[in-house]
Design a binder for this molecule. Structure first.
Ligand code: UDP
Length: 361
């Protein structure tokens, strides 16, 4: 896979956490994989990310400054805020100065500033929107960009696009993974898995309620973003068979996750995609998820997992009882077919070509 006119691309990471910290959620891995996919396609890639970021083998410009507060922790009428010495402001100031060295800038930040700045830049900015509609201010500014630069907005799922008024202008990039990093595990131990940021929108308590009923141990991996929420879950289900295993690197996570009977995905929001679904499938682990958001577009019910009535613990328990019907090899095959670096590479080419062509008009 290579292309005749390689592009010079500047990727700007999320300002809510360094790559490798877990605070940036799925965006950290998404950016890493997209960078790898673009390099496979012969494009040249430079990444701008908060200081402390780790990115093996990809040129990285670390940016100092204070992190953004995550958008999902605020209400719909939340104001736009920036801390003093903002890493977001610093990153875009740097990008403004070096923009002429690049053909396209790709924004991974779900923040107001990069959208607002788009018309002021001379180089095109591609925006990969990582979450569904959360605040009125964000909706408004993304809609303005979608109106003025229609080719530039990409999302991870149709369900995510549906949350926005400009749904028809969104390019569905889905996601892609370096599947060589995930080993297929044909057998499992008895436990179930839950992987993600431990924060209210991710709905961990439902998975805990399900294992409280079934007695099957639940291993949990991820950054504890909201300590009070985590303490509340533990206090509410004192006898649930829980095992919190910390935040692991992809290499260690895939090994441990691969031993699980299934991954439970129980988000209470419209999950834009759900990286962990593909990571599980890549290891041969079936996914049990609510029929809502990105996971509902990923899981093939009865083949690579089960889709459950949203917010139904009884539904989760029933799906757990039907896990024997799922063939783990099918799970790996689905990841290879739809979510490899090559698969997202084809989608990236279409998106970027449209942006470059609309620029030439
Ligand atoms: N993750 C990780 N180590 C862990 C637990 C999670 O690296 O121990 C990563 C996981 O690989 C995934 C991200 O955390 O990329 C969670 O992303 P997801 O898209 O599932 O949800 P988000 O956090 O973006 O809402």
């Amino acid at each position: 896979m290579s292309r005749s006119n390689p592009l010079k691309l500047l990727l700007l990471s999320t300002p809510v956490g360094a790559i490798g910290s877990g605070l940036g959620g799925g965006v950290e891995l998404t950016l890493t994989n997209i960078a790898r996919s673009l390099i496979l396609l012969n494009h040249s890639v430079t990444v701008i990310a908060p200081e402390g970021s780790v990115l093996d083998g990809i040129p990285l410009v670390p940016i100092a400054g204070n992190l953004q507060i995550t958008a999902q922790s605020q209400g719909r009428d939340a104001l736009i805020t920036l801390p003093a010495n903002s890493v977001l402001g610093n990153a875009w100031n740097y990008a403004r100065q070096v923009q002429h060295e690049y053909d396209v800038l790709i924004n991974f930040a779900y923040d107001w500033l990069p959208f607002y700045l788009t018309p002021f830049f001379e180089r095109p900015i591609a925006h990969l929107v990582s979450m569904g509609s959360l605040t009125d201010a964000m909706d408004q500014i993304i809609a303005q960009v979608a109106e003025q630069f229609p080719a530039t907005i990409a999302v991870h799922s149709l369900a995510q696009a549906e949350t926005f008024s400009f749904r028809d202008r969104c390019f569905n990039l889905k996601n892609g993974f370096d599947l060589s990093q995930y080993q297929f595990n044909p057998t499992s131990k008895n436990h179930l898995a839950w992987v993600g940021r431990i924060a209210p929108e991710k709905g961990l308590e439902d998975a805990v309620a399900a294992v409280d009923q079934t007695g099957i141990p639940l291993k949990i991996w991820g950054v504890i973003q909201d300590e009070a929420y985590w303490n509340h879950i533990q206090a509410s289900y004192p006898n649930a068979p829980l095992d919190y295993c910390g935040f692991l690197s992809t290499q260690d996570l895939q090994k441990a996750l691969g031993e699980s009977r299934a991954l439970l995905m129980t988000p209470h929001w419209v999950e834009a995609f759900g990286n962990v679904a593909i990571e599980a499938l890549a290891c041969g682990v079936p996914v049990i998820a609510y029929r809502r958001g990105g996971p509902a577009e990923i899981v093939q019910a009865g083949k690579t997992g089960w889709l459950v009535e949203p917010d139904s613990v009884a539904g989760l328990v029933e799906a757990i009882s039907k896990l024997e019907q799922i063939d783990r090899a099918e799970c790996r095959q689905q990841a290879e077919r739809e979510y490899s670096l090559e698969a997202i590479g084809e989608r990236l080419e279409i998106w970027l070509d449209r942006i470059v062509q609309s620029q030439d008009l």
